[in-house]
Design a protein around this ligand. Sequence first.
Ligand SMILES: Cc1ncc(COP(=O)(O)O)c(C=O)c1O
Length: 429
Amino acid sequence: MASRNDAEKQLLEKARRYLPGGNGGNLTLPKELEFLASHGKGSQIYDVSGNAYVDWLMGSGPMILGHAHPAVTEAVVKAVENGSTFFTTNDKAVELAEELVSAIPCAEQVIFTTSGTDACFQAMRAARAFTGKEKVLKFEGAFHGTSDYALMSLTPPASVEYPQSLASSAGIPKAIEDLMLIAPYNDLATTENIIKAHQDDIAAVIVEPVQRVISPEPGFLQGLRDITKKYGVLLIFDEVVTSFRLAYGGAQEYFGVTPDMSTTGKIMGGGYPLAALAGRADVLSVYDRGASDDDSFINRIGTLNGNPVACAAGLATLNVMREKGTYERINSAGGAIRNALVDICKENGVPVQSCGEDAIFDVYFSELPVSNYRDTLSADADMMNRFNTRLLERGILKGAQKYYPSAVHTDADVEKTIQGIREVIPLVR
Ligand SMILES: Cc1ncc(COP(=O)(O)O)c(C=O)c1O
């Protein structure tokens, strides 16, 4: 287990004093393993005491080229020397907008935001402004950031009946329950029934094409496309995670289904605060003062929207993503861990369900197949916590329920991780 030097111990003390819960609110680590990241290089991150971790968290997705990639660092340094932000439209944002439109199948235009939360929030608002309807259907257990709307039915008890929504956070007005409808992911029949019954009120369906790490069943996304068209409802893909990861054109390219709008973030910002909403030009005209009347115009002012330094990082990242072999390396590292994880569980008699794609995946420790949120409730979540903790003790860092392979994970990283899994599974079963 990693040891902590005095400097890190003191900083951890300060974290407990100055941050609620003693942390930044993203990844919560067991107290005895808590560390403060100080720097990262390639596939490794280092704590203040100098301990190295093989990083499968990768900043929760953006660092698909690894930490401090030289091409991205160079682009950022160059951009920073020219000023940090202007509040006028900048050249880098226009260049990145052009690249997003050429890459993302549904994109005719884009607007920039500083987070995936804001991009998803804007997507729902744009759908309301464009259609004049107020409700949005989301899938139970899907995460679209932390707006009041997005946090409905993220982790509800299984007793809530569809399409009733329930806030998964304190502080959300009760009235939001009337505006969000909830359906089970991968269940087209139930989804269609809900849309049919509420078609006059539903502006949009928002879906993570791969919900957390659960892949869509064959025909599910195409079915959603068909149903939404049939009932005059907009379809939004939340591709904050999947864009530029599953393929350069995201889940839309990978699964061959084109929504009306999609959100992107993480990779396209190269590790900087940047995200975007992309979509049909007629829908995004709600952001164009000249094309909208007072009833349909959306004000989207944001101090750092389309920040030039973040856009430079995004452009540099996408340049490397387009290089030959990048996706092969990501999928090969991910595929190796995925297969080994399942094999090792099976060798040890641990019930396991493999979920996701090689570029984004995890397992659930469960006897039953997992195709939606309620299925995940029967998995052994305590065992997953113990598993993650024991891996961390061995210098292997992953998210609570997700691996983010990158283009820079080496064979040695993969071997170390598989060895760790081999040691840990018998200890936590
Ligand atoms: C699918 C999805 N949508 C939206 C978000 C929110 O993005 P952000 O954390 O940039 O606000 C996330 C964050 O992980 C996400 O996974």
